[in-house]
Design a protein. Structure first.
Length: 455
């Protein structure tokens, strides 16, 4: 039987929220044609007009923050406070991108015999394949700058979380953006996503998801020399030195890997602690993990909600056999996709739970001897997305930050992502950068024009 609809389930209860029609390959083809026509008009509009419409889009999102947040709670199981932040992040990204429209300038390059200037021109139609773990903000990471640079966007949300994307597209029309400029195409990755990747009319693909799928997309894009940005997996270290403020490091540790139930590529799931404070760290960490409130994400007192699906729950369980020693919190029984906060305390550095991306509320704690040992352990992974360094020694903070092979690091904090700073990974964590002051340029072609003055 052909795949025509996807069932969106509430992760808290496992019950049906809504059935969403899937987009066929033929419908993708039609959407590309409509997007290309809309893009030509959009790119021809005055920069001030495009900026004004994007700011209006941001204002309309702001008017619907609570609606969007509640929708995110229902389809993704996010905590209500997190979901409100995510909706606000979409608004902020649109505002930030709008500010770049009239600043997307080229350069004048000194040359002999004339004048040389460059233009940054839009690519055309951009395909964005968004993940289920942060459906709203990550979709906006690419959509906002792509629109600001003069492109049209075809957004394929994850099968499990299409509802906020569909609502955002409706709000874009309400704000006055041209019809077909931003289209949402729900559907399966191997049908809808593949049609976007393979379509000759799509100039670039932005994908956030697993490293395995990212490699497949990159290979398909290579056949057409299609541009690609990939934000993939992570296994980020949380490095705690003996000279750090240990109480502060411990207090920040639980949410460094339990936020969004651990379904975060930046989650600090490898906790590296220097031996002189290792035992004390675990002594302080145990009550912090055991006291984490896991439950209804709509309740403001909840600190961690459910996993996204039964399949994800079974995946996480496969990494944590009952016999593995560790610190375990509690989680609700009954319906829904629940897993308790877990810190494994006696695993080898090459054990699957310490080396692979679990994508759930599970971390492994490992001791290290000195600075060189910490760097060795931190880099002993195929990923390089994020990480944290806890120390009072500024020189050490600089040395370790420079030595750790990751795209986004924080010192004495776990803050990885801001819309105004670049984001992306090393090694198997991805290719390219999103966000920050250069985000719009990633969705442009550079055209060089030379004017002779010797005539």
């Amino acid at each position: 039987m052909p795949y025509t609809h996807h069932e969106v389930l509430d992760p808290t209860t496992g019950t049906l929220v809504e059935k969403v029609a899937a987009t066929s390959a033929a419908e993708v083809d039609a959407a590309v044609a409509l997007a290309a026509e809309a893009q030509r008009c959009w790119a021809a509009a005055a920069p001030a007009d495009r900026a004004r419409l994007l700011r209006r889009f941001a204002a309309v999102v702001d008017d619907h923050l609570e609606e969007l947040a509640l929708l995110e709670v229902r389809e993704a199981g996010h905590l209500i406070g997190n979901a409100r932040w995510e909706a606000g992040n979409v608004r902020d990204l649109l505002d930030f991108a709008a500010g770049g429209v009239e600043r997307l300038s080229g350069r004048q390059i000194p040359v002999a015999g004339g004048l040389d200037i460059t233009f940054l021109e839009p690519l055309g139609v951009v395909g964005v394949i968004a993940p289920w773990n942060f459906p709203m903000p990550i979709a906006a990471w690419a959509t906002a700058p792509a629109l600001a640079a003069g492109n049209a966007v075809l957004l394929k949300p994850a099968e499990t979380t299409p509802l906020t994307a569909l609502r955002l597209a409706a709000l874009a029309l309400e704000a006055g953006l041209p019809e077909h400029l931003l289209q949402v195409l729900p559907g399966a990755g191997d049908v809808t996503g593949n049609a976007l990747v393979e379509h000759p009319g799509v100039a670039k693909i932005v994908f956030t998801g697993s490293t395995r799928v990212g490699k497949q997309i990159m290979a398909k894009c290579a056949r057409r020399l299609k541009r690609v940005t990939l934000e993939l997996g992570g296994k980020s270290p949380n490095i705690v030195f003996a000279d750090s403020d240990l109480e502060a490091a411990v207090a920040a540790t639980p949410m460094s890997f339990l936020d969004n139930s651990g379904q975060d590529c930046c989650a600090r799931t490898r906790i590296l602690v220097q031996r002189p404070v290792y035992d004390r760290f675990l002594e302080l960490l145990a009550p912090a993990i055991e006291s984490v409130v896991v439950g209804d994400p709509a309740d403001a007192s909840t600190q961690m909600g459910p996993l996204i699906s039964r399949a994800q729950l079974e995946r996480v369980r496969s990494y944590v056999p009952d016999e593995l020693p560790g610190i375990r919190g509690s989680a609700p029984d009954g319906p829904g996709f629940w897993f308790p906060p877990t810190v494994l305390t006696d695993v080898a550095p090459d054990a699957p739970a310490a080396r692979e991306e679990v994508f759930g509320p599970v971390a492994a704690v490992l001791p290290f001897d000195d600075e060189a040992d910490a760097i060795r352990l931190a880099n002993a992974t195929e990923y390089g997305l994020s990480g944290s360094v806890w120390t009072r020694d500024l020189g050490r903070a600089v040395r370790v930050s420079r030595a750790v092979q990751a795209g986004n690091l924080s010192v004495n904090s776990h803050s990885s992502v801001r819309y105004c700073t670049p984001f992306g990974g090393y090694k198997q964590s991805g290719l390219g950068r999103e966000l920050g002051p250069d985000a719009l340029a990633a969705f442009t072609e550079t055209k060089n024009v030379y004017f002779s003055t010797e005539v």
